[in-house]
Design a protein around this ligand. Structure first.
Ligand code: NCD
Length: 305
């Protein structure tokens, strides 16, 4: 593995291997001193051209837990505002000495472009509405921890699928790991050709709700136009929100996941988000472990167990 850009093309064995490594890093993160020296002397740069709370801090925490140093690029206070190009920005940061770049960018494909400009590993922290591969890994890890395996599970991905890189990466990862995935959204929030997903499609959440072992709730991505395609947020919530009422109709062994950031009261009711069967903060914790697994794969280093 030279870069980590996409879930597409990864096999069940590839994914299980990364999740097995992540399990070991979960154990490291539970130690009194949650740190190993594996990447001492390496530097990881986080370059987030789009807002982020979880992904950026999680990559930084993961790098530090492996004893790497981190550098952080913030577009708002950078020379982008003076007209510096993406390529010059990347080459500038590379010249300071970085061993890997974690990139989030609003344009689909930006991390692939960067991977052509530098020889160091590039990790995709989310590109446009395309891919968010470490999100898919952390979600798969959370489900695997809870159920033991994804094989044969029924997983519903509900919400703004058209604008979601998470939906795409997750559907690919869950399907590769043997789950039966259903994408649930109004027609206006599905891609033009929903057959791009290895998944069934439903426009009626109430019809399919009780089948699911996992309900994966997506945010309505207003900044990508997601809120403009239905009459009001209240109408969206009435048909697609994971409300207390709908939660009560779920299979009692099912779990609810959300990648964050949540819009409480829109796609998920607060009481559902705070229920013990909503594993949203476990997802966040697991994010650090899967990012350690990916950084460790890409940057090598001695594994001290
Ligand atoms: C997501 C993203 O940015 O793709 N968040 C995340 O990384 N956990 C989802 C979103 O913004 O809705």
């Amino acid at each position: 593995m030279n870069h980590f850009l996409t879930i597409e093309g990864l096999t069940k064995e590839d994914l299980d291997g990364l999740l097995d490594d992540a399990d070991e890093f979960v154990e490291v993160l539970h130690r009194p001193i949650p740190k190993v020296p594996a990447l001492r002397g390496k530097t990881v740069a986080t370059m987030f051209f789009e807002p982020s709370t979880r992904t950026k801090m999680s990559f930084e925490k993961a790098a530090k837990a492996l004893s790497a140093d981190t550098m952080s690029f913030s577009p708002g206070t950078s020379s982008l505002s003076k007209g510096e190009s993406l390529k010059d920005t990347v080459l500038t940061i590379k010249a300071m000495g970085t061993d890997a770049m974690v990139v989030r960018h609003q344009s689909t494909g930006a991390p692939w472009r960067i991977a052509e400009w530098i020889e160091q590993p590039v990790l995709n922290g989310g590109d446009g509405a395309h891919q968010h591969p470490t999100q898919a890994l952390l979600d798969a890890l959370t489900i695997r921890q809870h159920f033991g395996s994804l094989d044969g599970l029924k997983i519903g991905i509900v919400g703004d699928i058209r604008h979601s890189r998470v939906a795409r990466s997750n559907a690919q990862a869950f399907a590769a790991l043997g789950a039966n995935v259903t994408m649930v959204a109004p027609r206006t929030l599905l891609p033009v050709d929903p057959s791009v997903f290895p998944a069934a499609v439903s426009e009626d959440l109430d019809e399919v709700l009780s089948e699911f072992d996992v309900v994966y709730v997506l945010r309505v991505q207003a900044e990508r136009g997601g809120a403009s395609v239905f009459p009001s947020l209240a109408e969206y919530t009435a048909r697609y929100g994971v409300t207390k009422d709908r939660f009560a109709r779920l299979n009692p062994d099912s779990i609810v996941l959300h990648p964050g950031p949540m819009n409480r009261g829109v796609e998920i009711e607060g009481a559902v988000a705070d229920d013990p069967r909503a594993l949203i903060l476990d997802q966040v914790f697991n994010g650090v472990a899967v990012r350690m697994a990916v950084l460790f794969r890409l940057l090598g280093g001695e594994h001290d167990g």
